[in-house]
Structures are given as structure tokens and as C-alpha cells.
Design a protein around this ligand. Structure first.
Ligand code: 2HG
Ligand code: ZN
Length: 459
């Protein structure tokens, strides 16, 4: 480490203590590479503050030194937004793991940034409530990271995204000030809504240290059904019908025959049906009373359903979910995929699913395209395997198709490094200039995750 680096390190040690400034190559390695292995960098230090005051102290030290920082939670992000790709200091917020008792009467809880999604879910359940957000990396992903990326997941169609759960936030802004508004008032029209602004800002405006979350009524009775279809468009059509016909619908997830075969092989699962089908819809309905009749009636009205498996008990429900939730893990066995997380207007979803493989094949004939995702939200995860990590032609082609069809180039994973070059296709110059103005106001020295989200050239 050079002189500047050594001075920075000793100043950080003064703030958090020697045990929480990590520089040993073996120890920091895990903080420098993302889950997929596609994004890897290096850092002069990983700092692990244990309180909001320590986070503010770390930001002050880094600002004075002109050192950029990247905030990190569970490091489960998929767009290269939480790893030090340009030599940033990593501020790991995992030690901010305080979880207050659930406020049963309000149906709210205050959680530190480092609390996992799974821990919030369990605490809520223990107090007779539920947390409305869920996704496969629930036991690694942290609340802070989910707020930074406005994470979506499998229950958005019923409860909304992470932003919709936020009733308060505490954060250290780039200028070093602490904003804290955790009182939990459901109605509070006292100016700009900082939780909404910070949610989805990908660590570029402030480091979220704690949040106040709304909880949702628990649904004791659940039914999961796996529906098979012989055409992708029929599965999409069914997702639309079920959203309208099943008031208790909590999830409507899509995957295809090739994805299912890969999952069964990679994870070691038996196929769900005797015959293979082209497309599958995994649906979950939940209520205080059993939603079985409501779901069965609605499914019965769908002539295109070729086969169906129904599960009511929790073990069997989890078995059916594995066919969908294991896609990411199964794809990782094929190498490092390009991951394009996109949203389409519902009316364009089937046409996009039909067109995407051809668009990829036109620029990368040896590549394979895998399609799955949250059909109920119009959110498709396009994974492409068999292309080099830096070959952007595939990303270009798919994202151009998405824009042409009126969709979004990032549905729930964020922009990060991966989509930065495409932001200008999704947002107007005036919008990006407004983003920059907000960034300059809250992070005047430009030290907070300066290499993600905003493309250069709009100063
Ligand atoms: C999911 O829905 C996640 O399973 C990951 O958002 C998607 O691996 C992916 O592309
Ligand atoms: Zn997803």
C-alpha cells in the first residue's frame, strides 16, 4: 500500500477500529467479485462500520481523502453495482444488523441495513405479520442492498416492490450528514420523500443505514400450482387471466422447457410431469381462508392448460418452487451468463419472448438464450450463455428490442455497471440531467459509487 493508502487506512482504523478495516488479500477477495463472477475488481480496504455514526465517520474520511466508496450488503447484486471495479473502498454494511422488535399494532419494523430479507420475514412471521418482499437470495441479500436496488422478486404483483414497503429511512449522505426519518407515519406529506429517492439510487446518493418497513397481513393458507402449456403465448395469456380472476394471487412465474430441463439436471430434481411441455407457469395464491377453490376455478377456465400439479403443504409447495427458483443456480453451472433483466408492457410480453432468441442468434449464433421470470409483472430475465463476458453485442440487441417494444432495460436489478451504457436509451437527456443535479446536491464530492448508474457526458 502506498503512502496515501496507508494514511487512509489508519484514518479508517481510527473510526471503526483495526478489526474492521480489512486489507488481507484473501479476506478482501470475496468483497471484490460479484456473485456471478462476471464483475471483479480490487480495493485498498474493506471497511465494516458498526453504527450509523461510524458510517458517517467513514464517509468523512473518504471524502477528505478523495477516495470513492462502494457500499455493499450481501453482495448478491447482478449488475456489477456493489463491487469495487475502479479501486473504490468497500463499505460493508453487514454489521448494521440490529432488528428492532416488530411494532405489532402498526405492522411495521425498523431494521438495520445489514439484516437479511429472510431475518425480516421470520421476525414478521413471529409477530403475526409478514414481509411483502421475497426472492431466492433471501438469506444472503440484505435490506440495505434491497433498498439500494429497489429489489422486486416474486410477490410484486400483490405487494409492490421494495420501494412500496418503505415508510422511513436513515442514511448517511455523500456530504456526511445523517438523515433519519424512522417514525413510521403512514401519512406524512412533509416535503420530498427521501425513502423513495434513496430506494433504487444504487449507493450513489447516500449509504442507507436503517429502514422502517411496512408489513402485510399474514396469509396462513397457501396453494401453489404448476401449470404446463404447449405454447409460450398461452402461458403469458394465462398469467393475465389469473391476475384478474384470482384476488389472492401472490405470484405468477414463468419458465420454459429448456430451463426446466437444465434445472432438473443441475439441481437433481425429477421432472414435474410425465411429458415435457413448452412453457410453465408457477402460481401461488394465499389468503386467510384456503384459496384452493378460487384458484382451481380460475385454472379450470383455462383451456390451454396441458397439465397441472397442485401443492398445499409447505414441503410440497417448496418442491414446486425449486423448479423456478433454481434457474439462477442452474445457469451458473454453464459459465457466466449475460443477465438482462427487462420489463415489457404486458401486451408485448409474448411477442418479446418469441423474438428474443432470434435477436440473440443473429448477433451470436453460438449463444443460447434462456427466458424466465415474473410473468405477472411483465418482467423477463433473459440469460445468454456461450458469449464472452465483454461481448456487448448480445446486450445491445436484446435491449434495443426491449426499448423498441416500449419496455424497460432494468426491471428489478438496477443499472449498476452492466446497463450504464444503455441508460440514455431509457431516459431522456433532461431526466439524466435531473439525476445528475440530485447526485451533485447529495454527494457534492462525487465519492459515492461514482462508476455506476450515470453515464458520462450529461454534466
Ligand atoms: C430471479 O428472479 C432473480 O430469479 C435472478 O431475479 C434472475 O438470474 C437471473 O437472471
Ligand atoms: Zn427476478
Amino acid at each position: 500500500m502506498d503512502g496515501d493508502g496507508a494514511r487512509l487506512r489508519s484514518q479508517l482504523i481510527e473510526v471503526v477500529g483495526p478489526d474492521h478495516v480489512l486489507t488481507d488479500a484473501d479476506v478482501v477477495a470475496g468483497y471484490c467479485v460479484d456473485w456471478t463472477g462476471r464483475y471483479a475488481g480490487a480495493t485498498p480496504a474493506v471497511v465494516r462500520p458498526g453504527s450509523t455514526a461510524e458510517v458517517a465517520g467513514v464517509v468523512d474520511v473518504c471524502r477528505a481523502a478523495g477516495a470513492a466508496v462502494v457500499a455493499q450488503g450481501g453482495n448478491t447484486g447482478l449488475v456489477g453495482g456493489g463491487v469495487p471495479l475502479a479501486g473504490e473502498v468497500v463499505v460493508s454494511l453487514r454489521r448494521l444488523s440490529a432488528l428492532d422488535p416488530v411494532d405489532r399494532r402498526a405492522g411495521q419494523v425498523t431494521a438495520g441495513a445489514g439484516v437479511t430479507i429472510g431475518a425480516v420475514q421470520r421476525a414478521a412471521a413471529g409477530a403475526g405479520w409478514a414481509y411483502g418482499v421475497d426472492f431466492a437470495s433471501r438469506d444472503s441479500a440484505t435490506i440495505g442492498g434491497s433498498v439500494a436496488t429497489n429489489a422486486g422478486g416474486t410477490r410484486v404483483l400483490r405487494y409492490g416492490d421494495t420501494r412500496a414497503q418503505l415508510v422511513g429511512v436513515e442514511a448517511v449522505l455523500g456530504g456526511g450528514s445523517v438523515v433519519s426519518h424512522l417514525g413510521g407515519l403512514v401519512k406524512d406529506n412533509t416535503g420530498y420523500h427521501l425513502p423513495s429517492l434513496l430506494c433504487g439510487s444504487e449507493g450513489t446518493l447516500g449509504l442507507v443505514t436503517a429502514v422502517r418497513l411496512r408489513l402485510v397481513p399474514p396469509a396462513g393458507e397457501r396453494v401453489v400450482a404448476l401449470l404446463a402449456f404447449d405454447a409460450v403465448a398461452a402461458a403469458v395469456e394465462a398469467a393475465g387471466v389469473l391476475r384478474r380472476a384470482v384476488a389472492s394471487l401472490e405470484a405468477a412465474e414463468l419458465f420454459l422447457d429448456d430451463g426446466l430441463a437444465l434445472v432438473c439436471e443441475a439441481v437433481g430434481l425429477a421432472p414435474p410431469f410425465p411429458a415435457t411441455h413448452r412453457a410453465y407457469l408457477l402460481v401461488e395464491a394465499a389468503g386467510r381462508t384456503s384459496p384452493l377453490t378460487e384458484l382451481a376455478d380460475a385454472v379450470g377456465s383455462l383451456a390451454a392448460v396441458a397439465d397441472v400439479a397442485v401443492a398445499e403443504d409447505s414441503l410440497r409447495r417448496a418442491d414446486l418452487w425449486r423448479y423456478r427458483e433454481s434457474h439462477t443456480e442452474a445457469l451458473a453451472t454453464l459459465g457466466t451468463p449475460h443477465k438482462l433483466d427487462v420489463a415489457l408492457p404486458f401486451g408485448a410480453l409474448a411477442a418479446f419472448l418469441a423474438a428474443a432468441p432470434g435477436v440473440v442468434a443473429a448477433v451470436a449464433p453460438a449463444a443460447r438464450t434462456w427466458l424466465f421470470g415474473h410473468a405477472g409483472d411483465g418482467n423477463v430475465h433473459v440469460n445468454v450463455t456461450g458469449v464472452g463476458p465483454d461481448d456487448a453485442a448480445v446486450d445491445d440487441a436484446v435491449l434495443a428490442l426491449v426499448v423498441e417494444m416500449g419496455g424497460s432495460i432494468s426491471a428489478e436489478h438496477g443499472i449498476g455497471t452492466a446497463k450504464k451504457a444503455w441508460l440514455a436509451h431509457a431516459r431522456s437527456p433532461a431526466e439524466i440531467a435531473a439525476f445528475r443535479a440530485v447526485k451533485a446536491a447529495l454527494d457534492p464530492a462525487g465519492i459515492l459509487n461514482p462508476n455506476v448508474l450515470l453515464p458520462p457526458g450529461f454534466e
